[in-house]
Ligand binder design. Structure first.
Ligand code: GAL
Ligand code: CA
Length: 330
């Protein structure tokens, strides 16, 4: 009797299995984990929103992308836990915007051990880190170029026939620099290359003030208020490593009745384009969140397919001024 039951059970199982395999397969689910350094960041918000939207366009009858996006809250320990969870839950591919670049080698060791292809974005791991596995790639923009474009925007203003940039007429540019987070290549290189472009045009510079606003609008405003307290009417121009800090600086200048001081940013966010329209921001540089989001998603899909990718993939920056800003308004 027992034997008969056992046989019946096996038969039932085989039938059950074959019944299953006769059903239409349905789309295969691909689990995508996206780790963002923090959600409270204007540029990265545009970026992550576009990645999600673009993944949706990639769904077909055969594949469905299930996308989970995490907020690292600007804390590497938190982000590493989120990545550990993605790994534990067998995610198929990851896109990572690291909080702290010095964590790159440890994170790459983890995804490599789990064999999960990974696209790094926005914060560039070192060449040695990138060389440590073939299923990783980096998508970004060449920070040097964004700095150079900022400098050129100011040089153009300085060279205009009716230019009022050199307020004290000493033939030198007295400047304030508002920098992004220390860990970020964009902060270092924009700071360096914006000034290089000015000196390359034969204009001498005097650095009055250089501090970190950490990419943040409120901090940018606070730092600018401090700069105004210390240097007041000596200030001739403000370079900000991104638009949020530039917009914060404009608030501080407004409060001090110093709206004639040119301010230049980077990113070309919607509020920055508005500020160009209103004449409060003299220029910015498009940091192409849409282009970078698409390249990141396409790269994730290619890595999943087993394609070999370039280690470093670049999306170009574009200079944005009152002459061409309307092209970038969405
Ligand atoms: C930069 C961007 C900043 C900020 C930062 C975050 O590329 O210009 O606004 O978003 O990335 O890592
Ligand atoms: Ca001067």
């Amino acid at each position: 009797m027992k034997k008969l039951f056992a046989i019946l059970a096996v038969v039932a199982m085989v039938l059950g299995l074959s019944a299953c395999s006769n059903e239409p397969a349905g789309p295969k689910t691909v689990k995508v984990g996206i780790a963002i350094y923090k959600f409270d960041d204007t540029f990265m918000t545009n970026y992550r929103t576009e990645m999600k939207a673009y993944f949706e366009t990639k769904n077909t009858d055969d594949v469905k992308y299930e996308v989970e996006v995490t907020d690292g809250k600007n804390d590497q320990v938190t982000q590493t836990e989120q990545i550990d969870t993605f790994i534990a839950q067998d995610y198929d591919v990851l896109i990572i915007n690291l909080v702290d670049l010095t964590a790159a080698s440890a994170i790459i060791a983890k995804v490599k051990a789990a064999d999960i292809p990974t696209v790094f974005i926005n914060r560039q791991p070192s060449d040695a880190d990138m060389a440590s596995w073939d299923k990783i790639t980096y998508v970004g923009a060449k920070a040097e170029d964004s700095g150079t474009f900022q400098g050129e925007i100011i040089v153009d203003l300085w060279k205009k026939a009716d230019s009022k940039v050199d307020k004290n007429k000493d033939n030198k540019l007295q400047y304030v620099m508002l920098m992004g987070q220390a860990i970020h290549q964009d902060a270092t290189l924009r700071t360096e290359y914006s000034i290089k472009a000015v000196t390359a045009a034969g204009i001498e510079v005097v650095k009055l003030f250089e501090e970190r606003g950490e990419w943040d609008r409120v901090k940018g405003q606070e730092k600018m208020a401090t700069a105004i307290t210390q240097f007041g009417s000596q200030i001739e121009v403000v370079f900000a490593n991104n638009d949020d800090m530039a917009l914060g600086a404009i608030e501080a200048l407004k409060a001090a009745n110093m709206m004639d001081i040119p301010v230049v940013g980077v990113d070309a966010t919607a509020p920055a384009l508005d500020a160009i329209k209103n004449g409060t921001l003299v220029g910015t540089v498009l940091n192409d969140s849409t282009g970078q989001a698409h390249t990141s998603v396409d790269s994730a899909i290619k890595l999943l397919a087993g394609d070999a990718l370039e280690k470093l993939q670049w999306v170009p920056y574009v200079k944005v001024t009152p002459e061409n800003y309307t092209q970038f308004v969405k």
